[in-house]
Unconditional design. Structure first.
Length: 156
């Protein structure tokens, strides 16, 4: 970890598509406040368990609509690394648990947090569900790779 590097934290979620049954990893940033993760992007490899993390440029970050900036980010990092197999995993929606109990204690017993539904990086359907969450070190120990592009350091 270099002194001037931006320190990032997060974890890996393994996602399984309910349509094509493909599994793929995605990096989820974490921090005490939004500013800690602002302007960061994590790409997934479409063929191997690999994550590429980089910062968006000001132009990419401020693009409107945001999808334009995301496309520029993916293209820039892909060109920089001479790759054509990188994609940004996208959360398409959230599944919410249904509880109709008027009693707060019963509600608390049944409550489950909303779960993200990802767009599959293989078939494109909005049917990817998180099946597992692991640390970056466990991801690497299981054969995954994490590449940092720019002045970044991953806290372990």
């Amino acid at each position: 970890m270099k002194k001037n590097d931006r320190k990032i934290e997060g974890y890996i979620v393994w996602i399984e598509c309910q349509h094509c049954n493909e599994k793929f990893p995605a990096f989820t940033f974490s921090g005490d406040i939004d500013q800690v993760t602002e302007g960061l992007g994590a790409l997934s490899c479409m063929t191997d368990p690999e994550i590429i993390i980089s910062e968006l440029t000001a132009s990419e970050w401020n693009s409107m609509p945001p999808e334009v900036g995301i496309k520029k980010f993916v293209q820039r990092v892909s060109n920089l690394l001479d790759r054509d197999d990188l994609i940004l995993p996208v959360i398409a929606s959230y599944e919410h648990s249904e509880t109709d109990d008027a009693n707060f204690q019963e509600f608390l017993k049944k409550y489950k947090p909303s779960m993200p539904v990802y767009k599959c990086i293989k078939c494109g359907r909005e049917s990817g569900r998180v099946i597992r969450t692991i640390s970056p070190s466990d991801f690497k120990a299981e054969g995954g790779a994490i590449q940092l592009v720019g002045k970044l350091s991953l806290k372990t």
